[in-house]
Design a protein around this ligand. Structure first.
Ligand SMILES: [Fe+2]
Ligand SMILES: [Fe+2]
Length: 439
């Protein structure tokens, strides 16, 4: 960890300013074995629908637990959207920290960050311990990119349940995808799964824009795989099906490590989902042909009762009850299936499974809006690590500041998840794979 050696003074020094600054929204967004990304905002104390940003300096004080706090980041450049990426940390170690702007310590604002056990509330985080063995491959997952959407949130006419972008942000779905793809490309170009709600309404121009963006990342079926979400459901025509994959068809991809990815079409209509018998036959046939192959299953709709009954939208918004159990039973019957990742709820949440003790289920947050980003699944010989990332980009930060007020400002409390929901390690035997790119 870089440091300039200044010790934490113990008290906050006030900086003269014209109006009070709310130093808030503290989030320990991403924690890996050797790094942590800490963000916060400075905004007006006015309690309107959307407070306005106030630009100030950025300081982060940090140390290993038990040592005096030291100033490790000090940037006087005025900004309202503060982000510090700490590197060079030790795996499995606890660190204390203080995020400070305008002489005021940043405080958490959301329910998951104000929990007594949250790192933001305790001013302390612990780096992950990576899974045992060599890193074999990395898979990127993003979902709910909603190309063609004009407002984010639950659109109910004039009611303030959704957030409109500013004139400069009207292309926010493309902007969020573009920033994600750029960051993934720089991060080694992992195979990418775009897990549903790729368009807003399955219109030809939305599908064409999405395809163009994904083609800029690589070759369909090799570099990326796109599943269908409820927003991509067919109407009288099916541009999504013509461009990406026919309705209720299974997709399968194998990366250069030997890891298999299944993409299930779980869509039924505008909300809830189902899986038809003919697609179950496809899933069964692919799994039974090679049941021990390490396999990551993806579908837009979550597949657990935990997700169905904990979502504010209720079980009617989810995969049908009998499909949740049938799909989990099928996954349990193939020893190689190690995880199932979903989208749709726009939240980060680790799920409790209903069947067996092997398949790890989690819901992945939206790309298009708060918390806005993508997840990397790093697969080692002895397990895998899940980390949620937000692209490091000024336009992304500005849109996150705005889109977090969707659903009467309640949405952000539900969607961010805990630091564990966003960053965790699962031990599993992945020894059937070989390092990506090797023979
Ligand atoms: Fe969505
Ligand atoms: Fe959805």
């Amino acid at each position: 960890m870089s440091a300039d050696g200044d010790s934490w003074p113990g008290t906050v020094v006030s900086v003269p300013r014209r109006e009070p600054v709310n130093v808030c929204d503290l989030e320990v967004l991403t924690v890996t074995p050797t790094s942590a990304t800490i963000t916060w905002t400075t905004r007006s104390t006015w309690c309107g629908p959307v407070p306005y940003p106030l630009e100030t300096d950025t300081q982060l004080w940090c140390s290993a637990s038990g040592a005096p706090l030291r100033l490790v980041h000090d940037d006087p450049t005025p900004t309202a959207h503060h982000r510090v990426h700490l590197t060079g940390l030790e795996p499995g170690c606890s660190y204390r920290f203080r995020a400070v702007s305008a002489g005021v310590e940043a405080r958490p604002s959301l329910r998951p960050t104000r929990s007594p056990t949250a790192p933001e509330a305790r001013s302390q985080f612990t780096t992950l311990v990576p899974p045992p063995g060599r890193l074999l491959t990395t898979i990127a997952v993003t979902n709910d990119i909603h190309i063609g959407e004009h407002r984010q949130g639950i659109v109910l006419g004039p009611l303030p349940t959704s957030v409109a972008p500013t004139a400069q942000q009207c292309d926010y779905p493309q902007m969020m995808v573009g920033a994600t793809l750029q960051e993934l490309h720089a991060a080694g170009h992992p195979v990418l799964v775009v897990n549903g709600d790729i368009t807003y309404g399955n219109r030809p121009e939305e599908v064409a824009t999405a395809k163009q963006l994904l083609d800029s990342y690589g070759v369909a079926g090799t570099d990326w795989l796109a599943t269908r979400g409820n927003h991509d459901h067919p109407g009288r025509t099916d541009p999504f099906g013509e461009t990406f994959c026919p309705y209720q068809s299974l997709q399968s991809l194998q990366d250069s490590s030997g890891l298999r990815i299944l993409g299930i079409d779980s869509t039924k209509g505008s909300g809830g989902g189902w899986i038809r018998d003919d697609q179950y036959e496809q899933i069964r046939s692919v799994l039974l042909a090679d049941p021990d192959r390490p396999t990551l299953v993806t579908s837009h709709h979550p597949a657990t009762n935990h997700a169905a009954w904990s979502s504010p939208s209720g079980p009617g918004f989810m995969l049908r009850s009998r499909d949740r159990i049938r799909l989990q039973s099928l996954e349990h019957s193939a020893q190689g299936v190690f995880a199932h990742v979903t989208g749709h709820t726009h939240r980060m949440k680790v799920n409790r499974r209903d069947i067996g003790d092997r398949v790890h289920h989690w819901e992945n947050a939206a790309c298009a809006a708060y918390p806005g980003g993508y997840t990397l699944v790093q697969v080692h010989e002895g397990g895998f690590m899940v980390n949620f990332h937000r692209p490091d980009d000024d336009r992304v930060r500005e849109w996150m500041f705005r889109s977090r007020w969707q659903s009467l400002s309640v949405g952000a409390h539900i969607m961010l998840g805990s630091v564990h929901d966003r960053n965790h390690v699962v031990l599993a035997d992945m020894s059937g794979l070989h390092p990506a790119g090797s023979a």
